[in-house]
Write a protein that binds this ligand. Structure first.
Ligand SMILES: [Zn+2]
Length: 287
């Protein structure tokens, strides 16, 4: 029987695994995810940020993911990642995205709640089956390799999302998923070891029924990611590590390709590198 994203998400809490969320902005990424999904036989979420969605085409990426599911029987789903623009939220909902992450985390607490509630109402009026995620706490913006921790990002325990905040946010907004700030940071910070707070994840998990999403997981060690899954994280976002592997792989392949000009030959090893990384991550997320 074919499950939708909501059913798979609920399954993560019963079977104690997490679904990998990998961003794409080109065909190599899409192909690597499709192959990894077929090989690992596990649900995978393709994520597109507003910029990535505009580059891929919001209808195009939705049609590709639909084809994977309907023609190839693969449990691949599509998420609008950190959408801030309400018109784009509407386009994604109408295009058939499976989930939409509306991000107003850099606004005040009150504005974040009010805007997120508005996004939930809008999305559910178009299709009640689409999952809506809200963000709590600022963890920096952008899947990049950075020299220092982004200004204002929450790394101190006293500023991390509390179980009480999570509870209030869920109650006020009606979101299906939340992305709390638990020491995670978007992107990779050079020379800094991200130290997510497992106890905080456990206590938020105990406080709300809503499922938990871990953002900015690039650069977090394997063991810590395993612990995060055990503590109750249902979806884990990886983008920067894929971007780095893509660029390194492409640079190497171009250098070694000599007179070759066929893109599909030059890009083959890049797809393979991306696929290996994805398979490694989904392996971790399953314990
Ligand atoms: Zn994120």
């Amino acid at each position: 029987m074919e499950r939708n994203l909501r059913q798979y998400s609920v399954l993560t809490t019963q079977d104690n695994f997490a679904i990998g969320h990998f961003n794409v902005s080109n065909w190599e990424g899409v192909k690597a995810i499709q192959e990894a999904c077929a090989e690992a036989n596990t649900p995978i979420i393709i994520g597109v940020s507003q910029g990535e969605a505009e580059f891929m085409g919001i209808e195009t990426i939705a049609a590709i993911v639909r084809a994977f599911r309907e023609k190839m029987n693969l449990p691949v789903f599509l998420n609008a990642d950190h959408f801030k623009d309400m018109a784009m939220v509407e386009s994604a909902a109408k295009a058939g995205f499976d989930s939409i992450l509306f991000d107003a985390a850099s606004d005040s607490w009150e504005d974040n709640i009010a805007k997120t509630k508005q996004a939930v109402d809008l999305v559910k009026s178009i299709n009640p089956n689409i999952l809506v995620e809200g963000e709590l706490g600022y963890i920096g913006v952008g899947s990049v390799v950075r020299d220092k921790i982004p200004e204002g990002a929450v790394i101190d325990e006293s500023f991390m999302t509390t179980p009480e905040q999570a509870k209030e946010f869920v109650l006020e907004t009606g979101v299906d998923l939340i992305g709390p700030a638990v020491g995670n940071i978007h992107g990779i910070v050079k020379g800094y070891k991200e130290n997510i707070n497992i106890n905080r994840i456990t206590s938020i998990r105990a406080a709300v029924e809503t499922l938990l999403v871990l953002h900015g997981a690039s650069g977090i060690g394997d063991e810590l990611l395993r612990q995060a899954v055990k503590a109750g994280i249902s979806i884990i976002h990886i983008n920067t590590e894929l971007r780095v592997v893509w660029k390194d792989g492409l640079t190497k392949s171009l250098k070694e390709s000599g007179d070759e000009v066929a893109p599909y030959k030059i890009l083959k090893p890049v797809v393979s590198d991306l696929k290996q990384l994805i398979l490694h991550k989904v392996g971790l997320f399953h314990g």
